[in-house]
Design a protein around this ligand. Structure first.
Ligand code: NZQ
Ligand code: ZN
Length: 390
């Protein structure tokens, strides 16, 4: 097991009606004026934003609104949020939505006390503790941003999508009511399931050997996501299925499932370039295409690890040929994503061979070269993985 540091400051309020406690919990923590940040439509249409406002009003917590966060959030709205924080003396940022809204909120919280341009943090990865506290009302289990240390934001002018890790931007409060996810369209539910499963794959496959305490947590979460996926898609308003998926989404990415490992994250890097180029690509759908391609390309480094994964997660019987077992495990992974209704090729996402060279310079700027851990990848490896995914 490798040395590690692990920070998890999030206070979770989980279950039916959780969002009704927003005002009281913020008031307890001394919040006076919050930036209420939300997405394009869903949280307004469902009445959630109004309910959250009522909860704040009931406790005398003032709020300034900033809606309109798009999926694959963009830096321009973040800059607007930073300006509002400075103008109104905001002391908490409250995100109502999914990973995109939460990531936008995190970036705003990081920029609120900074004199320069908030994009500097994404470029330099400079650490700061001077971050506004963040609260979250989660509406889609997927990115795990409700407890993670990362934010991922697009900069359309630079055609880049970059991550910024900082433990200081982990949310301090997360309200998680599974009923709020009943309205998710099947495609978003499936993309979320895919994303959380991939957060485990990124951790499970790296260059550290077995770490049983972490591996077993990871494998158990993989089995849970796999078992709950068909249930939640068949019965969108099954509370227990939604609840298991919501809590799993948090556990998959809060960090515990990777402690003691180096982790890989090459495939997330490859996917982020897709959604930087085409913001309409849903993160989970991009991962469903890229992960099996990455697996095929790297499996030779340690086929036994893939065989072990295939046995533990898909119940595959060993054949005595580790490479054949690895290939079967990869086939099962692809079939699992396809069974959720996710795409299996870049063509289905509207990405062609001509796009590959457009992504390489920004991939190199974001990830460096080599990148990844299970296998150290060059830009030529990246080109090959994109080609395998076509
Ligand atoms: O904008 P609205 O109208 O709210 O619609 C959203 C959006 O279109 C909709 N939605 C959300 N909750 C809903 C709902 N529709 C109906 N009912 C509800 N209850 O779903 C769509 C997708 O929302 P989004 O927030 O984009 O989804 P997700 O949580 O998957 O977030 C994706 C973003 O997170 C980043 C991704 O790269 C992507 O930009 N990630 C962030 C990470 C992190 N911060 O740690 C890690 C991840 O690996 C990921 O990279
Ligand atoms: Zn992800």
């Amino acid at each position: 097991m490798e040395n590690f540091e692990f920070v998890s400051p999030t206070h979770f309020v989980f279950g039916r009606g959780a969002e009704e406690q927003v005002g009281a919990k913020l008031a307890e923590r001394g919040a006076a004026k919050v930036l209420l940040h939300f997405g394009g439509q869903s949280a307004v249409k469902s009445g959630l934003v109004d309910r959250v406002k009522a909860s704040l009003d009931a406790q005398g917590v003032q709020h300034v609104e900033l809606g309109g966060v798009r999926p694959n959030p963009e830096i321009t709205l973040v800059r607007e949020g930073v300006a509002l924080c400075k103008q109104h003396g905001i002391d908490w940022v409250l995100a109502v939505g999914g990973g995109s809204v939460i990531d936008s909120a995190k970036a705003i919280a990081v920029g609120a006390h900074y004199d320069g341009d908030v994009w500097d943090f994404f470029e330099t990865k400079r650490q700061t503790d001077d971050v506004l506290p963040i609260a979250v009302v989660l509406t889609i289990p997927a990115a795990g941003s409700e407890a993670s240390k990362n934010t991922v934001v697009s900069n359309d002018a630079l055609q880049m999508k970059s991550g910024y890790p900082n433990n200081a931007q982990r949310p301090k409060l997360a309200f998680m009511n599974p009923e709020l996810t009943f309205t998710l369209p099947p495609y978003q539910t499936a993309a979320g399931l895919t994303d959380m499963f991939c957060h485990l794959l990124e951790r499970f496959f790296d260059d550290v050997g077995a770490v049983p305490v972490t591996d077993n947590l990871c494998l158990s979460l993989m089995r849970t996501v796999r078992a709950e996926a068909p249930r939640v898609l068949a019965e969108p308003d099954n509370y227990d299925a939604r609840a298991n998926v919501m809590w799993a989404g948090m556990l998959c990415h809060q960090g515990l499932a990777g402690v003691g490992r180096h982790e890989d994250w090459a495939t997330h890097g490859l996917e982020h370039e897709l959604s930087a180029l085409y913001p309409e690509i849903t993160h989970g759908a991009g991962l469903a295409v890229m992960f099996p391609a990455w697996m095929e390309h790297v499996r030779g480094e340690n086929p036994g690890r893939f065989a072990f994964y295939g046995r533990e997660v898909f119940g595959l019987a060993p054949t005595g040929d580790a490479d054949a077992d690895a290939l079967s495990a990869i086939d099962e992974t692809r079939a699992f994503f396809a069974s959720l209704g996710m795409p299996t090729t870049l063509a289905e996402l509207g990405v062609g061979e001509d796009d590959i060279e457009k992504m390489i310079p920004t991939l190199k700027a974001n990830k460096g070269e080599p990148f990844g851990s299970f296998k150290k990848l060059s830009m030529d490896d990246a080109r090959e993985i994109y080609r395998l995914a076509l």
